[in-house]
Design a protein. Structure first.
Length: 534
């Protein structure tokens, strides 16, 4: 019996002793004084248990009280061991949860990259280190071009997978010590310590090259471009807020000029506030239906009778003209939304006019960014189904310079649109340096001579010669020539003598709103009724 009780009591001693080790860990991680008091008490228990065990061994006979004390001490030792172990486990779980929450608060859940909050912390730390070591460093904002089209067309799941793939590609070319973060959506940031503008541009080149290979997603092979803005500390800012703002300004300039990468310069910031306000105003104008379509007639040069109208967007509540807000809309990636609005309005009006003027053409200006959009062809098909516009009534005008920026992609989409009975006109011809062979390949039927040549015809023979040569060129490849910017009868007479097919300009009519155009057509619409249109 003595041996059995001694073993049981020894187990109690061991349990108390084993409780000391986790309690020491708790005391190191949790600085509350109560744990230290408990540690002292357990050590005292340990000495008490050892003393009782020693006395039990020395005893000659065992009494009932010895048995009770042994089991009480065994249970007490087990209780203390279990409580301390559970306490340590709870504290460890709490620490892990806190660590996980801290990590989640500083990282993007999709890509696992640091987020905007962590980026701010890193930039502030890099500023302090750079001050101490008298170093420069680069802050880069990276924005993917036309990523919204992937989400809209293929779905957000595909978009998320593309973002993960791009993040992985970027991580492979980013050196150790660089801080790479996702700011949200399709926007990323990169901090390069101890870097100047030359070093930053070399990193940009590597990032662009990483996107040169098509991105395979399911049955799709996707390609993406990006725009990068670079700010250098301390030249372009001495605090986190200014560095991020200026790199963002440079990024938008890169997107506007399609430069790939742009280093911030003070001149970029002069109009940034107005541009930001204008972008916000355009978005509100779309929501509040503030835009209007005006229509400028295009007439037969010989008969003077209407053949087509060109739809021109106007913003009556703003002092900003389309020459300013349309390029900005392209830069800010909202041109597709504006084009969708124009298409809705233009298709609906074309359907209404088709009853009274079955051969009238309605010309609509299209951006090259629209043609490059994944969703554009689908949207046109949907609107044709909705409004049932008669075949060959619609003409999409595309500037010559826009076509030249992505000729292969533009040709493909134009061919698909031609199958939908959409006609095409080359707008602002003479400014984009397209070749004759290219003109033969495109499914166009009209060449619109840029108004800069028309307006200057009377000032010298060179412009008149260019206009005459362009008209002859159009006829030689089976296309019609339209002269834009005809502002007086003398210019109109010169163009008629040159055998120009159609005239457009203030001498014919200024752009008119929908109701005014209806009245104008009622007075001049005989050609549209007879079927002699463009």
């Amino acid at each position: 019996m003595k041996l059995t009780l001694s073993i049981l009591l020894l187990i109690g001693v061991l349990l108390i002793f084993l409780s000391v080790i986790p309690l020491v860990k708790i005391c190191r991680s949790d600085k509350q004084g109560g744990w230290r008091v408990l540690l002292v008490l357990i050590i005292l228990f340990l000495f008490a248990y050892a003393s009782i065990l020693f006395l039990l061994i020395l005893k000659v006979s065992i009494e009932e009280a010895d048995i009770m004390v042994t089991f009480i001490l065994l249970g007490g030792g087990g209780f203390v061991f279990l409580v301390i172990r559970l306490a340590l486990s709870s504290i460890n779980q709490a620490h892990e949860l806190t660590k996980k929450e801290t990590h989640n608060s500083l990282h993007d859940p999709l890509t696992g990259l640091p987020n905007r909050k962590y980026l701010s912390i890193n930039i502030n730390e890099t500023i302090e280190l750079s001050k101490k070591n008298n170093n420069t460093f680069a802050v880069m904002i990276i924005d993917l071009d036309r990523f919204k089209e992937i989400n809209d067309t293929l779905g957000h799941d595909i978009g998320d997978r593309v973002l993960v793939e791009i993040s992985n590609r970027f991580n492979k070319v980013i050196s150790k010590g660089h801080f790479f973060a996702r700011l949200g959506g399709d926007e990323f940031a990169l901090v390069i310590p101890s870097a100047n503008s030359t070093h930053a541009l070399s990193v940009c080149k590597a990032l662009h090259e990483s996107l040169a290979i098509l991105i395979p997603v399911d049955h799709n092979q996707l390609t993406l471009d990006m725009s990068i803005g670079i700010a250098i500390y301390p030249k372009d800012g001495t605090n986190m807020r200014i560095l991020l703002k200026n790199s963002d300004v440079a990024m938008y300039q890169s997107k506007k000029d399609r430069m790939g990468s742009v280093i911030y310069d003070e001149s970029l910031n002069r109009n940034s506030l107005r541009r930001l306000e204008l972008v916000l105003s355009m978005k509100k104008a779309l929501i509040n239906h503030e835009f209007e379509l005006h229509y400028q007639p295009i007439v037969d040069a010989k008969s003077g009778e209407v053949s087509a109208v060109e739809a021109l967007i106007r913003w009556p509540n703003s002092d900003t003209g389309p020459d300013e807000f349309i390029p900005l809309a392209e830069e800010a990636n909202i041109i597709q939304e504006i084009t969708t609005w124009v298409l809705n309005e233009g298709f609906e009006q074309a359907k209404k006019w088709s009853h009274d003027y079955p051969n009238l053409k309605v010309n609509i200006n299209i951006s090259t960014l629209d043609l490059r959009g994944i969703n554009f062809l689908k949207k046109v098909r949907e609107l044709l189904d909705i409004f049932a516009v008669p075949d060959n009534m619609l003409v999409f005008e595309i500037t010559e310079s826009a076509m030249m920026s992505d000729i292969d992609g533009v040709k493909k989409v134009m061919s698909e649109l031609s199958e939908l009975k959409i006609n095409f006109a080359i707008d602002d011809f003479g400014t984009g340096f397209s070749s004759l062979s290219l003109l033969r390949e495109l499914p166009t039927s009209v060449i619109k001579i840029d108004q800069s040549f028309i307006k200057n015809m009377q000032r010298g023979t060179d412009n008149a010669a260019i206009v005459k040569a362009t008209i002859d060129l159009a006829h030689s490849i089976g296309q019609k020539a339209v002269a834009e910017g005809v502002e007086n009868e003398n210019v109109a007479a010169l163009l008629i003598a040159m055998d120009c097919d159609y005239l457009q300009g203030y001498d014919i009519s200024r752009p008119l709103n929908r109701d005014e155009t209806g009245i104008w057509l009622a007075q001049h619409g005989s050609v549209a009724n007879k079927g002699h249109s463009i």
